[in-house]
Design a protein around this ligand. Structure first.
Ligand code: BG6
Length: 472
């Protein structure tokens, strides 16, 4: 592999970055918003409450102006279901509808394409009380919510994402404050994958609905895809990597793209007496839906080895750290990779491998909906943040993105996490990802003033050169 004939990024490549409502907006009960599962969960010790976050709800104009200054072509943000439908179903909250009109209009004014995530880890609390995704009616709740979104914004928003990281909801949902397993549940695998099934059908119906209402709009899923490596060339490890790839990654994309369950996952579910119950029409709905593109979040690869049936494994895991399941696979520290300050492996080459693998399986255009480095940042006395570590991380990944494009992969855009500092899923605001520093801490709400980090100026140059100038 010589990598000599590098292709350029396409002219209309969508450079931007991402946020999610419950992590960035604050104002969590303002203007008629109902509580979501995030607002009623017990916060991890020592982490910022979610009622202020970066106060993006009140400061979106300033923030989007800063994104425009960086040259963003796209801004990926999520709509809070509970601003639109405070109880999840029923009455529409006009103030919530108006708010996102203003956010979308502000993006368009700055020539920034809005990329809207419909659902990012924030189930309405009122629907949690009705069983959340375990209730088969959740399919209709989501479809109804989708209809309200499309009716209101479908003519302005061209790009939609359905459910953020459905695979993480299924695999580590309780850790990030979502996905509830009813007390006394006897078969947790069955319960979990029944909820997952409802989400898959809900997603399929939302995709079909958008295509019917706005045939020109585009929609896709946004799972977290980490290619799984085998720890060695031992055949048992290869099989273990295939198992985890199927369970972690391919289930979600096979279903979104082809409308069928991955065969390895189906066998896994059969072994656990956990195959989901299909309602009438589910199969047809799953087959009928087709994404226009694939959005995916990428932070790292995973590495696994074979696990014996009787092994006792540490169940502790988050989105990127190793987990295991006796008889199938167990996490393995990849000795060739370094780790972030928060213990996530860093693997830019794996990013390219990930894109190659996805494209060869699905042949759809793709957009990176998250990628980034969570780190402790320091604001200097003169208002600077020297985050050269973040620049190094992003540069290494953009280099691989360019190589992936040269591999012939259709890449539509790149939206790292996150546009601006926000509260992490379970590690507070001390774990920062943004190009824009927000003056606040886990201990107390600060001035909330915004500061341009070094990575802000660097990314601005990257965008201005359409990915050609990656130097400091
Ligand atoms: C993804 C989520 O899992 O990773 C985001 O879509 C999240 O919501 C991001 O913030 C980074 O993870 P964390 O746990 O560091 O916040």
């Amino acid at each position: 592999m010589l990598d000599q004939n590098l292709k350029k990024f396409p002219e209309n490549f969508l450079w931007g970055a991402s946020t999610s409502a419950y992590q960035v907006e604050g104002a969590n009960l303002a203007d008629g918003k109902g509580p979501s599962c995030q607002d009623v969960k017990e916060l991890p010790a020592g982490t910022a409450s979610l009622d202020v976050c970066a106060d993006h709800y009140h400061r979106y104009e300033e923030d989007i102006a800063l994104m425009a200054e960086m040259g963003f072509k796209v801004y990926r943000f999520s709509i809070a279901w509970t601003r639109i439908l405070p109880q999840g179903t029923g009455e529409v909250n006009q103030a919530g509808i108006d708010h996102y009109h203003k956010v979308i209009d502000c993006c368009l004014k700055h020539h920034i394409e809005p990329l809207v995530t419909m659902f990012h880890f924030d189930m309405p609390a009122a629907l949690d009380e009705r069983g959340s995704w375990s209730n088969p009616e959740s399919v209709e709740w989501f479809e109804n919510y989708a209809r309200v979104l499309f009716e209101n914004y479908g003519s302005k928003v061209k790009y939609w994402l359905t459910i953020n990281e459905q695979n993480m909801l299924t695999l580590v949902g309780p850790l990030i404050g979502t996905l509830h397993i009813p007390e006394g549940c006897e078969n947790i695998v069955k319960e979990t994958y029944q909820q997952n099934h409802h989400m898959l059908v809900a997603q399929a119906k939302a995709m079909a609905l958008l295509h019917k209402m706005f045939p020109e709009d585009k929609i896709g899923p946004a799972p977290n895809i980490s290619l799984v490596y085998p720890a060695s060339c031992k055949p048992e490890d290869i099989l273990a990597a295939q198992e985890f790839n199927a369970i972690r990654n391919w289930l979600y994309l096979d279903m979104a793209v082809y409308g069928r369950y991955n065969n390895l996952v189906w066998r896994y579910l059969e072994e656990h007496d956990a195959t989901p119950t299909f309602r009438e029409g589910d199969e047809e709905a799953l087959k009928a839906a087709h994404p226009d593109f694939i959005g995916f979040n990428y932070y790292s690869t995973s590495t696994v080895q074979h696990a014996d049936v009787n092994e006792v494994l540490n169940p502790g895991a988050d989105q990127q750290t190793a987990r295991g399941e006796a008889g199938y696979y167990k996490g393995f520290n990849n000795p060739y990779l370094t780790k972030s300050e928060f213990g996530w492996e860093i693997d830019p080459l794996g990013f390219r491998a990930n894109m190659r693998e996805m494209y060869s399986r699905y042949h759809l255009p793709m957009i990176v909906t998250e990628n980034g480095l969570g780190a402790y940042d320091t604001l200097t006395e003169d208002g600077k943040v020297h985050d050269n570590y973040r620049i190094a991380y992003l540069r290494a990944h953009i280099e691989q993105l360019k190589l992936a494009i040269s591999d012939g992969i259709e890449m539509m855009g790149y939206c790292p996490w996150s546009a601006i500092d926000l509260v992490s899923t379970h590690e507070g605001i001390r774990k920062r990802y943004g190009f824009i520093y927000v003056d606040t801490t886990d201990e107390e709400v600060g001035t909330l003033n915004r500061y341009r980090k070094d990575s802000f100026y660097w990314y601005k140059k990257v965008i201005a050169s359409n990915g050609e100038d990656l130097a400091d």
